[in-house]
Design a protein around this ligand. Structure first.
Ligand code: 5GP
Length: 107
Protein backbone atom coordinates (compact mmCIF):
# COMPACT_ATOMS: atom_id res chain seq x y z
CA UNK A 1 0.00 0.00 0.00
CA UNK A 2 1.27 3.48 -0.87
CA UNK A 3 2.56 5.41 2.12
CA UNK A 4 1.80 9.06 2.75
CA UNK A 5 5.30 9.85 1.44
CA UNK A 6 4.60 8.06 -1.87
CA UNK A 7 1.45 10.18 -2.20
CA UNK A 8 3.51 13.32 -1.50
CA UNK A 9 6.08 12.31 -4.17
CA UNK A 10 3.22 11.68 -6.64
CA UNK A 11 1.82 15.15 -5.89
CA UNK A 12 -1.46 13.72 -4.56
CA UNK A 13 -0.76 15.33 -1.18
CA UNK A 14 0.70 18.85 -1.17
CA UNK A 15 4.15 19.46 0.27
CA UNK A 16 6.84 22.11 0.12
CA UNK A 17 9.39 20.52 -2.22
CA UNK A 18 13.05 21.31 -1.47
CA UNK A 19 14.75 19.18 -4.15
CA UNK A 20 14.18 16.19 -6.41
CA UNK A 21 16.10 13.93 -8.80
CA UNK A 22 15.18 10.68 -10.56
CA UNK A 23 15.54 8.58 -7.38
CA UNK A 24 14.99 10.88 -4.39
CA UNK A 25 12.68 13.62 -3.13
CA UNK A 26 13.18 16.19 -0.36
CA UNK A 27 10.41 18.25 1.29
CA UNK A 28 9.80 20.24 4.46
CA UNK A 29 8.52 18.30 7.48
CA UNK A 30 4.91 19.21 8.28
CA UNK A 31 5.72 19.29 12.00
CA UNK A 32 9.26 20.74 12.05
CA UNK A 33 11.56 20.49 15.05
CA UNK A 34 13.15 23.71 13.79
CA UNK A 35 12.68 25.96 10.78
CA UNK A 36 14.03 24.20 7.69
CA UNK A 37 13.55 20.63 9.02
CA UNK A 38 13.55 18.60 5.81
CA UNK A 39 12.81 14.97 4.97
CA UNK A 40 14.73 13.10 2.26
CA UNK A 41 13.00 10.02 0.86
CA UNK A 42 13.66 7.50 -1.92
CA UNK A 43 11.00 7.35 -4.62
CA UNK A 44 11.28 3.58 -4.36
CA UNK A 45 8.92 2.23 -1.69
CA UNK A 46 11.12 0.74 1.02
CA UNK A 47 9.92 0.56 4.61
CA UNK A 48 13.12 1.48 6.37
CA UNK A 49 16.33 3.18 5.26
CA UNK A 50 18.57 0.24 6.11
CA UNK A 51 16.45 -2.00 3.86
CA UNK A 52 17.89 -0.12 0.85
CA UNK A 53 20.70 -1.85 -1.01
CA UNK A 54 24.18 -0.41 -0.44
CA UNK A 55 24.26 1.48 -3.75
CA UNK A 56 20.91 3.22 -3.14
CA UNK A 57 21.80 3.91 0.50
CA UNK A 58 25.01 5.63 -0.58
CA UNK A 59 23.22 7.56 -3.35
CA UNK A 60 20.60 8.72 -0.86
CA UNK A 61 23.30 10.16 1.37
CA UNK A 62 25.01 11.91 -1.54
CA UNK A 63 21.63 13.46 -2.44
CA UNK A 64 21.01 14.36 1.24
CA UNK A 65 24.41 16.07 1.42
CA UNK A 66 23.52 18.31 -1.53
CA UNK A 67 20.20 19.15 0.10
CA UNK A 68 21.98 19.88 3.40
CA UNK A 69 24.26 22.38 1.64
CA UNK A 70 21.21 24.12 0.15
CA UNK A 71 19.49 24.20 3.56
CA UNK A 72 22.59 25.81 5.10
CA UNK A 73 22.25 28.67 2.62
CA UNK A 74 18.48 29.06 3.03
CA UNK A 75 18.46 28.70 6.84
CA UNK A 76 21.81 29.99 8.13
CA UNK A 77 22.98 27.56 10.81
CA UNK A 78 26.10 25.97 12.28
CA UNK A 79 25.50 22.53 10.79
CA UNK A 80 22.71 20.48 9.27
CA UNK A 81 22.26 17.35 11.38
CA UNK A 82 21.07 14.04 10.02
CA UNK A 83 18.75 11.73 11.92
CA UNK A 84 17.22 8.39 11.06
CA UNK A 85 14.11 7.80 13.12
CA UNK A 86 11.35 6.08 11.15
CA UNK A 87 8.84 5.24 13.88
CA UNK A 88 5.86 6.99 12.33
CA UNK A 89 5.96 6.57 8.55
CA UNK A 90 6.99 3.18 7.07
CA UNK A 91 8.79 4.71 4.10
CA UNK A 92 12.59 5.14 4.31
CA UNK A 93 13.59 8.70 5.17
CA UNK A 94 16.35 10.89 6.57
CA UNK A 95 15.60 13.94 8.71
CA UNK A 96 17.84 16.95 7.90
CA UNK A 97 17.77 19.44 10.75
CA UNK A 98 19.46 22.86 10.74
CA UNK A 99 21.20 23.37 14.09
CA UNK A 100 22.32 26.64 15.65
CA UNK A 101 24.39 25.06 18.46
CA UNK A 102 25.77 21.68 19.51
CA UNK A 103 22.98 21.04 22.04
CA UNK A 104 20.40 21.10 19.25
CA UNK A 105 21.75 17.66 18.36
CA UNK A 106 20.42 16.22 21.60
CA UNK A 107 16.75 16.12 20.67
P1 5GP B 1 9.44 9.34 11.78
O1 5GP B 1 8.74 8.27 10.97
O2 5GP B 1 10.87 9.51 11.37
O3 5GP B 1 9.30 9.13 13.25
O4 5GP B 1 8.71 10.72 11.46
C1 5GP B 1 8.07 10.97 10.26
C2 5GP B 1 8.06 12.46 10.00
O5 5GP B 1 7.19 12.70 8.89
C3 5GP B 1 7.54 13.33 11.15
O6 5GP B 1 8.55 14.30 11.49
C4 5GP B 1 6.27 14.00 10.59
O7 5GP B 1 6.11 15.33 11.03
C5 5GP B 1 6.49 13.90 9.09
N1 5GP B 1 5.24 13.82 8.36
C6 5GP B 1 4.23 12.93 8.58
N2 5GP B 1 3.23 13.13 7.72
C7 5GP B 1 3.61 14.16 6.91
C8 5GP B 1 2.96 14.82 5.82
O8 5GP B 1 1.84 14.52 5.41
N3 5GP B 1 3.64 15.84 5.24
C9 5GP B 1 4.89 16.22 5.66
N4 5GP B 1 5.49 17.24 5.01
N5 5GP B 1 5.53 15.61 6.70
C10 5GP B 1 4.88 14.59 7.32
Amino acid sequence: MATIFSRIIAGEIPSYKVAEDDKFFAFLDINPLVKGHTLVVPKQEVDYIFDLNDEDLAAMHVFAKKVARAIEKAFPCKKVGEAVIGLEVPHAHIHLIPMQKESDMLF
